[in-house]
Design a protein around this ligand. Sequence first.
Ligand SMILES: [Zn+2]
Length: 352
Amino acid sequence: MMIDCHTHIFLQGEEPSEGGYDIQLLKYPLAFRAARAAVSARRALEQGFTTIRDVETEGAGYGDVGIKQAIEGGFIPGPRMFVVTRAISTSGGYPLEGYAPEIAVPKGVQIVDGPVEARKAAREQLDNGADWIKVYMTHRSWLDAAGNLVSQPTLTLEEIRAIVDETHGWGKKVACHAYNGVGLRRALDGGCDSIEHGLELDDSAVAQMVKQGTWYCPTMSVYYSHKEPPDTPAGKRDRKRVALHGPSLQKAVKAGVKIAFGTDVGGFPWTEPIAQEFPRLVEFGMTPLAAIQSATVNAAEMLGMSGQLGVIAPGAYADIVAVPGDPLKDVKELSKVSFVMKDGKVFRNDLK
Ligand SMILES: [Zn+2]
């Protein structure tokens, strides 16, 4: 009955040596990507994640709506899905990039410029089945001369406000990818509902999140899989991100920011355990119980499913997982799921 609030079933932990991110959009037919996404969905369920919020298809359009439909129809096994479809950023705010300007390449998100286009994109995505809207509020990041992490902001305050206003009008919520600085502040001033990653939450961001009830979905694990060598600018930046992220979580935990479990799996391969995130949360200040609640009752609250998901209670969905040992003593037990029931149907039973 665990919930991962930040997944990408349409990504496979792309290795640079295997073509990296770009090859997904440039060379793989959509059916190939959809077939692999179906396998990813099954992997989530096998590991006891009976619900996921999948936060964008990375150039695979509305493929997540289709996978969700196939799961709900009983055609393929998979978790209950909350989907965001295409996600939104601005010109210069998302890959593919670095190609000759004369060549039109696909983008991993829907690009908007100006509040009119921003609102229109949100409307289109909601109309086509988005349960949430996902927005990138920061894009590139680098180290300045003093060694501070700097992130390029993307949407303006007017643009994010247009998206939030539209989405809230539909009774839906907005997830904002934001690392730090100006983009993070705009996300919060714009009234977003969850901050994704939040690598460097400063005191004012933390205070604003507490005040506004904004969720924090830290996704620690994905940042530990360094792909860039340590002596390069990108390698140094990646190590700085990790160094800032833990203290950022600690600060949020201490201040009482609401935390939802999320991993960014797909950013790392689906063959790795999703539950590797739990020990990281505990390492940076959460109790094992709080970490478990971030993936159960609290995640359900964020998804607007309190009383239905993340609890064992009359009227709730019959989602249950079992692990061999006591996860309150050792959260690593959550990587050893031996029994999975979703919707009253046993999907996996290794119990002897
Ligand atoms: Zn992500």
